[in-house]
Design a protein around this ligand. Sequence first.
Ligand code: HPA
Length: 293
Amino acid sequence: MSSVYFDQVSEAAAYLQSKLGAPKPSLAPSVAIVLGSGLGAVADSVENPILIPYGEIPHFPQSTVEGHSGRIVAGKLSGTPVIVMQGRVHFYEGYTPLQVTFPMRVLGLAGIRTVVLTNAAGGIAPGLSIGQLVALSDHINALGFNPLTGPNEPRFAITPKSGLRFFDMTEAYSKPLRTLAQQAAQQEGWTLEEGIYLATPGPSFETPAEIRAFRTLGATLVGMSTVPETIVARHMGIEVLGISCVTNLAAGLGAAQLSHEEVFEAGRRVQHRLAGLLKRLVPTIATGISSKQ
Ligand code: HPA
């Protein structure tokens, strides 16, 4: 990773902060939410939104996928400052691992301490149903790359013990955040189960034989995003909550054929439940962050 990349991230973060009015540190968002396929409407819950199209932010990659709008919606969720990324870019679009994780780097340098990564996923475990939301307890990186390959850049550290060349991934997805999310779901009247997300490069869906192999490996969900962002977030010291929306049963387990439309539609149907969860959850996360400072 060259220092050109670090400078580009810094420039983008400074731009973002200038758009947010460079608020006093106590008012700046510490929580960000990244919305996956079909889940974009969560951004509609943001109060007094400031809209920043990705194309406006220096060096920011722009999504080419239908259903990923490609803008930042910054404002308040239940009174708590938040940055929502409506749309993300993927490796299968032809972006490099450094481009895919550029937005996460920007969020970290702009002051984000906790990120909620949402995605659409195929359900592998028996018992998962379409429309179910699942909190990630762990992941399996089957992308064939790691976004941290190359020289280490310690200036990306946002906490004293982060930014290391080698770092721990034992609790990549924060247990305390998961517990908070499960409590919030309970209050909303439903149960948030846990799952293990395996990321493939895509863009083809999997074969039934691949799904059987992934199940043997211990995966309960499959998708094409999130893992690079989680790795980079943990490198920086950002806490991660991962939430998958089961948009379809994985290949060979349900409908005869999989399609992007099906994935997108299922996401659309569940996004209001996701919004309800996040509205309840985000204030409790932000309270936890400020009590640690
Ligand atoms: N496989 C991979 N990615 C996905 C799927 C799937 O079945 N559903 C939503 N994203």
